[in-house]
Design a protein around this ligand. Sequence first.
Ligand code: TSJ
Length: 648
Amino acid sequence: MGKSYDSKDIVVLEGLDAVRLRPGMYIGTTGVKGLHHILWEIVDNSIDEISNGYGNRIIITLHKDGSASVEDNGRGIPVDMHPTLKKSGVEVVFTQLHAGGKFNNDNYGYSGGLHGVGASVTNALSEWTKVYVCKNKKRYFMEFESKMGDNGKIRSGVPVAPLMEIGDTTKTGTKVTFLPDKRVFETVVFNADTISKRLKELAFLNRGVYIEFNDERTNQKQVFAYEGGLKDFAIYLNEGKTALYKEPVYISGESKLIKLELAIQHTDTYTENMFSYVNNIPTTEGGTHETGFKSALTRLMNEIARSEGWLKEKDANLIGEDFREGITAILSIKMRNVQFEGQTKTKLGNPEIRPEVENLVYNELLKYFEQKDKLEIAEIIFNKAKGAAKVREAQRKAKDLARQKNSVDKYNLVGKLSACTSRKAELSELFIVEGDSAGGSAKQGRDRTFQAILPLKGKPLNAEKKRLDQVLANEEIRTIISALETGVGEDFNIDNLRYHKVIILSDADQDGAHIRAILLTFFFRYMRGLITNGNVYIGLPPLYKVYKKDVVEYVYSDEELPEAIERVGKGYQIQRYKGLGEMNPEQLWETTMEPTKRNLIRVTIEDAAEAEKMVTVLMGDNIEARKAYISEYANFDREDEFMSKTFI
Ligand code: TSJ
């Protein structure tokens, strides 16, 4: 061994020592994940060799002593001397720390060149590494070890001896065995399930590769080999589901920057199963390649649908999600200079890849569907998407309505509705009271345990001839809807009624009658169940108060007035109420709200229909009908015929 060898060696060794000093920098963690990482560093090299077209089999073996072997039938790691480093290719691969060899930044190319990436990291974190190469009709061997140096520090991955020729062979290939260092890892026990799962994935991703997995600890052997590659992957992922077409769609292609493969198969399910890979690494967070694929699929499918007449001119394009309902898609690209982003560094960030993938997928997929009998697959996919679009549209409508209802629920009520304390709907009453001042008296006079008060400011709008959304837009109406909790229109559900008595309390004048009519019209049209179920009442305030000292009688109609005067007797006084607002809270309670004394009229469906007719005429566009109605029913008072005379 010459001096120059030694001095160069020191530089290299310092490099590997850095790996042992900060393993996290190179393998992320020294936990069980890091342990497997150093295995994958080796496996990846074999996969690379094979996906470049050299060899077709890999054998992974876990030995009883805790070591692991990876063997392939590729060309074998170069054994010739590196002209400047004056070392064999094998030694360079295992002792030279690759520049930028940081964790999860596997920037190696996909077609030849930078083999051996990561092998030095595995070597640095192993107690020993043994390398066998079959090449040039010869067998070669080299061994490395990490052992205590004179300075008391461990020297990592030091060659035990230079590469040696140890025999003859007709085969080619590489076999690497390494023992993960107990002084580095928290655990040195490989997990067969983890390895088996990843090997299976690698076998799907690399069509034609034969991967054998031997666990000598348990004497278990598994073989993964898929002639169909990604196609088989899609079929495997869709096992147990009903595929909408038997053969997965499969395309592959190459551009300046990437090599690409894609398999898709739709099932009768509704979720999107997208799996993407860059250089065999899963990109679970997606990235620019996925985006490119999705754009291509959406654009192409819409274009085919138009040219085939599946989408008519008046039809809107379907959206991406429609075409991906029930899809199982596997996208695998190979590229250089990968930039990973995202929370877990599993998202492809390279912006230049998006158009590259989009164009490739668009062109290849177009070619695919142009083949004999393949257009019907496009049609199946389109029909599935059309179903998705229909559901999407229906859901949007339902959501809009729910949102509207929701806003009705939350809107306006603060400070307006004075709720009652009881949650028992059968016992609860809602007074809809005309005017703020009467509303105020009602709030003070009520029995708050079961009586809720909702004052109405102005006239609520005319419910006639208005579409539901316009009706809902009215503040007063929204307040009523939200207070009742039944929903409105198609959503009306009497079971959710919050108050079993809904009592309209308006003045005994024309305006009051009008407000009643409008409210009844609204209930008639949009909450009819409220009326047919007998929950709507008209509250009757007294017309007169006849009194003398401590004798008081309230009179609710002109007919009753003479009898009342007689009962009170000589020296009586009469007060005529013009509106609810003239009564103080106690009087309102006593005359109109107190259940044993008040007069309520239960509104019948005929009453409501009549009210609607009146409102229709009075507030509609037909001026002639309006005039005729007014001249016939000029006097609006409580005797209006839309009210039944049923007192309760
Ligand atoms: F990780 C590793 F480097 F230690 C490793 C590499 C481990 C294993 C199990 C296999 C391999 C490996 C490397 N398999 N095949 C190769 N091939 C090459 O390194 C190679 C062979 C020939 C040529 C050439 O240009 O002739 C180039 C390369 C990179």
